[in-house]
Ligand binder design. Structure first.
Ligand code: GDP
Ligand code: MG
Length: 298
């Protein structure tokens, strides 16, 4: 099984939503144009016989031009952490503009393998397509592992693109139930927030295959009780996440709790456990637990 997180990047109107819908083969998502919040980060889970592709939005990399100082670039690069692959969409009809170049710069700095996707070839002229390639490719340099010219609207070359995505994804577990297509069940969102804190605080030592499984969400009278288990692959990673005298796990928990309280608009008690996962757990338990969760708090 292959699995991973695929960021769909590109300026507004390049066709991100259209592409996601086309890959999912049905209308499941409307990528919001509202300012990105954690709430609308996760878009879709696409499960095929060989792979599970989690298509995610890319908050923070579509900010207005004038905000793009070095600091903003760093934040944007950080926001991409944990992604296995980026699909970078370009609209050749609209020309390659500074906003595209900014995103390209962030992508390059992120060092995440990227597929350049020239969209709207049904409507663009060959000259426009050539021009777009000429302008964007030098900025991306060797971040690009492949390039596809597609039409998200008509479906041209989409199966080739999908095949490539699966080819380059790492081996990994099926994170979510296969019938889960749409985004943002509460448990999923919570686990993503916790994962995000883990990556921000622990850096490279923790692999992206780390899974967070929300075991319980109970709406109590004066707070929401959440119990989640963090699965790592090795004992040493467990040590890193727990930290000296439990400092790291406390920090992860505190930051995640603050964000959850803001989103749920309620007090949150967050109970975190770190476990070393084995193959059996990977296959059955994680998936079963995700299915069984309540989603009625949202
Ligand atoms: P997003 O803002 O990146 O999510 O872009 P959308 O998916 O909302 O698409 C913006 C507009 O571009 C819509 O009117 C789409 O119908 C149109 N569009 C998207 N993909 C294509 C394509 O392959 N060809 C053409 N001609 N139009 C497209
Ligand atoms: Mg859209």
């Amino acid at each position: 099984m292959k699995s991973g997180f695929v960021a769909v990047a590109g300026k507004p109107n390049v066709g991100k939503s259209t592409l996601i819908n086309a890959l999912m083969k049905r209308k499941v998502v409307i990528v919001s144009d509202k300012p990105q919040t954690t709430r609308n980060r996760i878009n879709c889970v696409l499960t095929t016989p060989e792979a599970q592709i989690v298509l995610v939005d890319t908050p923070g990399i579509h900010k207005p031009l004038h905000k793009f100082g070095e600091y903003m670039v760093k934040i944007a690069v950080n926001a991409l952490k944990g992604q296995d692959l980026i699909l970078f969409l370009i609209d050749p009809i609209d020309m390659v503009r500074e906003s595209d170049l900014n995103i390209a710069k962030i992508i390059k700095e992120s060092n995440i393998p990227t597929i350049l996707v020239i969209n709207k070839i049904d409507a663009a002229t060959p000259q426009q397509i050539q021009e777009a390639e000429n302008r964007i490719k030098p900025v991306l340099e060797d971040s690009i592992i492949a390039e596809y010219k597609i039409s998200a609207l008509t479906g041209e070359n989409l199966s080739e693109l999908l095949e490539k995505i699966i080819e380059v994804l790492p081996e990994g577990p099926q994170y979510y139930p296969e019938d889960m297509t749409t985004d943002r069940p509460l448990a999923f969102m919570i686990s993503e927030i916790i994962r995000e804190k883990i990556f921000h605080l622990t850096s490279e030592e923790i692999p992206h295959s780390t899974a967070v499984v929300v075991e319980e969400i109970t709406d109590k009278e004066d707070l929401v009780y959440i119990r989640a288990e963090i699965y790592v692959e090795r004992q040493s990673q467990k040590g890193i996440i727990i930290g000296q005298k439990g400092r790291m796990i406390k920090k992860i928990g505190m930051l995640a709790r603050k964000e959850l309280e803001a989103i749920l608009d309620d007090k949150v008690y967050l109970d975190l456990y770190v476990k070393v996962k084995d193959k059996w757990r990977q296959k059955d338990s994680i998936i079963m637990n995700t299915i069984g969760l309540r989603d009625d708090l949202e």
